[in-house]
Design a protein around this ligand. Structure first.
Ligand SMILES: [Zn+2]
Ligand SMILES: [Zn+2]
Length: 419
């Protein structure tokens, strides 16, 4: 590695050496800003093509996760890149300044993340002298439109509407019931997040399953209710989801419920806790539990071999792992150690939806994305082969103390009135 700084020589005074180092810093920071501008343009192009962009088949859960993975930067830094990419066309002056090395990614990021519509020129001007912190303060001073007046308190109700592949419940509760519901949901979410952090802290990659959400907390609450119910009635059966599978088609439906898609059926049959009734011409012929489900002993052996983590590279999930049949059970794949791997629910669903492929055998596993490229943890970074961008040195914001009482915050133009 070259150490240009050392070449300023010992014959320079301390002040001269510092000046030379600052000059070099300004030059390469300008180049870095311009390169960040190019990264933003690349990300905008990857993200901009169609509903899921060009990245929809990479197995990543978000464009920010993809950026963090491919560039080896932190998730926070990736969010900044994505925020600028998403609003690049709204902030042409600010993003041009980034491309030309005159503003830093963090300066333009602070603007793109929170500034109001139509404020491009205002902040492009302010950012010439304002630091990132000062920009954030300036943006927080923007006037916000008045909030609508709250509606009267709703009554209690649960309504359900089905829309093909999903169902929406609308639950309306008075304040006190809502507070109990919130507290229960919050405690389950905290527990799930604590587990998630234990598994993934400090080693987040593009393949890390998403942070548990309120929906996960809700399902955890449902499971806890079921378990308590089964414990209270020890001779009773654990309430369970029942699916019917027609062995000749193959097609499956939920008990008294809708038909399942191919991917839902395979996912359910893989390592499901649900009860499956096998049928031929509408008549039950067995439950097939013995050959399909993974017993305790096999499960222990599987956990030992896969070290108790999801086998997808870059995923470190250890909780709620499922046993996946590499050759699918309904295609004759056996329920034995060589045909099973542990995966987290997130990657298991991704596989059965065809976004990633888990192939080979359990000892020589290959995990590929939709285009067949092997998935690894590594970033794309490599030594440059082209010269750095030819842009002017970046002098940085002046860093002067801000005099906010003289500052005129950005005010959006009032919407045109029709009367
Ligand atoms: Zn599976
Ligand atoms: Zn996983």
């Amino acid at each position: 590695m070259s150490t240009a700084a050392a070449s300023y020589g010992p014959d320079l005074s301390r002040g001269e050496r510092l000046d030379a180092l600052f000059a070099e810093l300004a030059e390469i920071t300008g180049q870095r800003n311009a390169l960040d501008g190019r990264i933003v343009d690349i990300v905008a192009e990857i993200d901009g093509d169609g509903v899921y962009g060009l990245w929809g088949n990479t197995g990543c859960r978000s464009i920010a996760a993809l950026v963090a993975w491919k560039t080896g930067c932190s998730p926070r830094n990736a969010e900044t890149v994505v925020a600028v990419a998403k609003r690049a066309s709204e902030f042409p002056q600010c993003t041009d300044a980034l491309r030309e090395g005159r503003l830093s990614l963090d300066q333009v990021g602070a603007i793109a993340e929170n500034a109001g519509d139509g404020s491009d020129a205002h902040y492009a001007h302010l950012a010439r002298s304002a630091t990132v912190t000062q920009l954030r303060t300036a943006i927080s001073l923007e006037s916000t439109p008045d909030k609508p007046t709250p509606k009267p308190e709703p009554t209690r109700s649960v309504t359900k509407s089905e829309h093909g592949d999903h169902t929406t419940w609308k639950i309306t509760l008075p304040k006190l019931d809502a507070a109990r519901f919130d507290a229960a949901l919050g405690s389950h979410r905290d527990a799930l997040i604590a587990d998630w952090k234990r598994d993934h802290a400090d080693r987040e990659t593009g393949q890390t399953p998403p942070m548990p959400t309120t929906v996960d907390a809700f399902m955890s609450l449902v499971d806890a209710g079921w378990d308590a119910d089964a414990a209270a009635r020890p001779h009773g059966q654990r309430t369970t989801v029942v699916a019917h599978l027609d062995v000749d088609k193959p097609a499956a439906s939920l008990h008294l419920g809708p038909l399942l898609s191919d991917e839902e059926r395979r996912y359910l049959l893989c390592d499901a806790t649900c009860e499956v009734w096998f049928e031929r011409q509408g008549r039950v012929i067995g439950t097939g539990r013995a050959t399909r489900t993974v017993n305790r002993r096999l499960r222990r052996a599987l956990e030992h071999r896969d070290r108790g983590t999801c086998v997808v590279p870059g995923c470190h999930a250890t909780r709620g792992l499922q046993a996946h049949h590499i050759v699918h059970w309904e295609d004759g794949g056996p329920t034995d150690l060589d045909n099973l791997v542990l995966v987290c629910p997130y990657h298991h669903r991704l596989h059965h939806r065809g976004v990633i492929t888990i192939g080979g055998d359990a000892r020589h596993l290959t995990v590929t994305d939709r285009r067949g490229r092997p998935m690894t943890n590594a970033s794309l970074a490599r030594p440059p082969t082209t010269p750095p961008p030819a842009v002017a040195p970046y002098k940085g914001p002046t860093g002067e103390r801000a005099h906010w009482w003289w500052y005129d915050p950005f005010k959006p133009n009032p919407p045109p009135t029709t009367n």
